[in-house]
Design a protein around this ligand. Structure first.
Ligand code: ZN
Length: 136
C-alpha cells in the first residue's frame, strides 16, 4: 500500500507518516524502486500508535511499546499505566468535589471542610516529568 493511501485511510498527513518512519516507530517495507510500501500489519501498528498518542504517550515510548525486543518496553508501559492511574484518581477526586460543591450549603467554600480538604489534596504542580510530545 502506498503512503498516500495509508495517509488517506488513517486521516494522517503524508509527512507525518514519513516522520514516524524516520524515527523508527512504524517502518514500512520499501519497493525495489525505494517507495514506502505499507502492509496491513503496518496499518495495524499505525492505529496502535495513534491510540497511544491519544493517551499522551511520546513517540519514543510508543516505539518501545510497539517493538517487542525493546529492552525498556516493560518500563515504558508501566510508567504509562502509572500516569493513567494517577490521572484517573485525580479525575475521580475532581468528580467527587464537583458533585459535592453543587449542593454545598456553605456560602464560602473555605468554610466547608469537604471543600477545603479537596483544595488541599490537589497537587500544585505535577511532579512527574512528562516529556512534551514535540512531534505530530
Ligand atoms: Zn462544601
Amino acid at each position: 500500500m502506498k503512503i498516500g493511501e495509508v495517509a488517506h485511510r488513517l486521516g494522517v498527513a503524508v509527512h507525518v507518516l514519513r516522520h514516524w518512519d524516520d524515527v523508527g516507530v512504524v517502518v514500512p517495507d520499501r519497493t525495489p524502486s525505494g517507495q514506502r510500501n505499507y502492509s496491513e500489519e503496518h496499518l495495524h501498528r499505525l492505529r496502535v500508535l495513534r491510540a497511544c498518542q491519544g493517551v499522551g504517550m511520546s513517540l519514543p515510548e510508543i516505539r518501545q511499546v510497539l517493538h517487542r525486543g525493546e529492552p525498556e518496553r516493560t518500563g515504558a508501559i508501566e510508567r504509562q499505566l502509572h500516569r493513567i492511574r494517577t490521572q484517573r484518581a485525580q479525575l475521580e477526586d475532581a468528580e467527587r468535589f464537583l458533585v459535592h460543591v453543587i449542593n454545598c450549603e456553605h456560602d464560602l467554600l473555605t468554610r466547608c471542610d469537604s471543600c477545603t480538604r479537596y483544595a488541599a489534596s490537589v497537587p500544585l504542580q505535577q511532579d512527574e516529568h512528562v516529556t512534551p510530545s514535540t512531534t505530530p
